[in-house]
Write a protein that binds this ligand. Sequence first.
Ligand code: CUA
Length: 175
Amino acid sequence: MSITSPPPGWFAAPTGSERMWVGLALCWCMVMTIAMPYWHFYGKQNPTGEAYRVTPAAFGERVGKFVEQYKVGEDSGVPVVEVPPGGDGYLMARMWNFYPVLQLKKGQVYRLHMSSMDLQHGFSLQPLNMNFQILPGYDHVLTIRPTSSGVFPIVCNEFCGIGHHTMTGRIVVVD
Ligand code: CUA
């Protein structure tokens, strides 16, 4: 049997409680439509940031130069790089680590560039609950100002293969 059209006159305007529920849903939709842009500007949301196109190779080159120029030490074989206050810091995500370890000064403003060398990774800064996606092909830029000092672990929160659970990094904030 084929699907047939409903009989003519099947549609009737809602009445009674159906009318009330449709009305309530519509009102709530309108409240949310206004609330979403409001929260974007005035709420405590993760910032939107900026994004630019970049190839993994070009981003890798920028990270290399950045590490070469500002390296101040090493942590378990990973370079520790002091980002110049007011300047640009680069964080590379790849299977399965974050590179390098960034060192920031409390109270200073930085532009943090993040991109992936291979596939989608997540940037989850602990214990602050800041979460972003890191995608290959995009240079995602966050303007940040650390307000407390300490060691802040980064974990990958997008499943990215067999080593996903080992994919961690660090941001160090000094006074
Ligand atoms: Cu990278 Cu999960």
